[in-house]
Design a protein around this ligand. Structure first.
Ligand code: SF4
Length: 220
């Protein structure tokens, strides 16, 4: 079957999960997100990451959480029921929280993580807290708290106003990614190794280089 050609989008489209690593400084290559936001039909770099096992683990944890809340008599909405698209002047922001537990006038956003705890997980929930009341009439007046659920612990994200600095940073990051002019690529073996953009679209991709400069000294 012939590969789908990479084609430009008419309006940038940004998936929420692309943003937290950039916002926390875990990733530096904004070009990767810029490219994905401005194009569709691009070919993904094959990965040795076990996607099937990840999906099985994630779904099992998600179902467990859903059952726990439903046992307490709470209304729980799951994944696609939570899909949103928030159209700004420069881009559309899309997302899909794993679970939302609804109560009378508040709601709890839950994101389930089967891997190690990472700082950007909290940021992902904070973006949902910011975007959902704007994107969905259902949550327009809801007080939204958040939780990141790991196998062995729960990290709580309090409800209430998000720091103004966070909203400014989020807005400026989205505007940079939505701009017509691409940011510079920031290739590094550590980051390219986990990037899903292939060398066909990113000629600066670094797959085989040493992950860091390696030398000896007698100075210490
Ligand atoms: S392959 Fe490397 S340089 Fe290219 S977009 Fe991905 S992270 Fe950036």
């Amino acid at each position: 079957m012939a590969a789908t050609p990479t084609t430009p989008r008419t309006f940038p489209y940004i998936w929420t999960t692309w943003l937290p690593r950039i916002l926390t400084g875990e990733n530096s290559c904004e070009w990767a997100i810029w490219f994905k936001a401005h194009h569709q039909g691009w070919t993904r770099q094959p990965s040795d990451f076990d996607q099937t096992q990840w999906l099985l683990d994630h779904t099992a944890m998600l179902n467990e959480q859903k059952a726990q809340w439903e046992t307490k008599g709470q209304e729980v909405r799951v994944e696609r029921q939570n899909s949103f698209r928030l159209r700004g002047r420069t881009a559309t922001l899309a997302g899909q929280p794993d679970l939302i537990v609804e109560r009378s006038n508040d709601a709890l956003i839950i994101d389930v993580k089967s891997g190690q705890e990472q700082p950007w997980h909290t940021v992902q929930v904070m973006i949902y807290q910011w975007a959902l009341p704007k994107a969905s009439p259902r949550y327009q007046h809801a007080r939204l708290a958040g939780e990141v659920v790991y196998r062995d612990r729960i990290k709580r994200v309090p409800r209430g106003a998000l720091p103004g600095q966070f909203i400014e940073q989020l807005g400026s990051t989205i505007r940079r990614i939505a701009a017509d002019t691409p940011p510079k690529r920031v290739p590094s073996p550590q980051e390219c190794r986990f990037c899903d953009i292939s060398a066909a679209d990113c000629p600066e991709r670094m797959d085989n280089e040493l992950a860091f400069d390696d030398a000896n000294t007698d100075d210490f």
